[in-house]
Design a protein around this ligand. Sequence first.
Ligand SMILES: CC(C)(COP(=O)(O)OP(=O)(O)OC[C@H]1O[C@@H](n2cnc3c(N)ncnc32)[C@H](O)[C@@H]1OP(=O)(O)O)[C@@H](O)C(=O)NCCC(=O)NCCS
Length: 187
Amino acid sequence: MFQPAYPIRTARLTLRPVTLDDLDDVYAYQSRPDVVRWMLGTGPRTREQSRASVVAMTGEDALRAEGDCLTLAAVTDTGVIGTVELVWRSRLDRTAELGYVFHPDHGGRGLATEAATALLDWGFDEFGLHRIYARCHGRNDASARLMARLGMRQEAHLVESYLFRGEWADQLVFAVLAREWRSRAGR
Ligand SMILES: CC(C)(COP(=O)(O)OP(=O)(O)OC[C@H]1O[C@@H](n2cnc3c(N)ncnc32)[C@H](O)[C@@H]1OP(=O)(O)O)[C@@H](O)C(=O)NCCC(=O)NCCS
């Protein structure tokens, strides 16, 4: 079983597993149309749907087997403002996929970047990953900018590669290798 030493503290955030008490905070952003605009498989969530999501996330506190998801709540003194996650895609290839969702009220301050950076640090330095990638809808500009800001390289622009709300959609794929992550300035 692999998990960070909780909590992870960054300059402005505490990162720790999601708890059932986080429902109000998570529902506050999962229920917003602008938050789920480019996300596959979900519209704005009802409170009951958010409850199910939070229950699922409470179990995502460690990586036990390939396919598992590690989800961390990003917490400020106002509560949970978002989550970052790593999905363990391949044990053999030491590869994981990064994901993130944040409340827009806390956007534009680099907090998602800060949380994702801490998770990538753990993924490469503690968990021993070789490659971390992330994907987004071709029109999810904020997500693409975040990946670029993290120092991830855009490796693909897949044209009409998946059905998104009944229409063919483009997908962007970004990735970073462990040696690239470590060679970034200041690391
Ligand atoms: C993707 C998402 C997390 C990005 O949020 P964000 O607020 O743009 O990201 P950050 O918190 O890292 O803030 C970065 C912004 O703050 C600015 N900023 C201010 N201070 C900063 C700092 N200290 N460090 C870094 N950036 C800073 C950056 O310039 C950037 O703005 P820009 O993109 O206009 O250039 C957010 O849009 C979101 O949750 N979207 C909905 C869910 C979603 O689509 N998830 C992805 C599915 S693929």
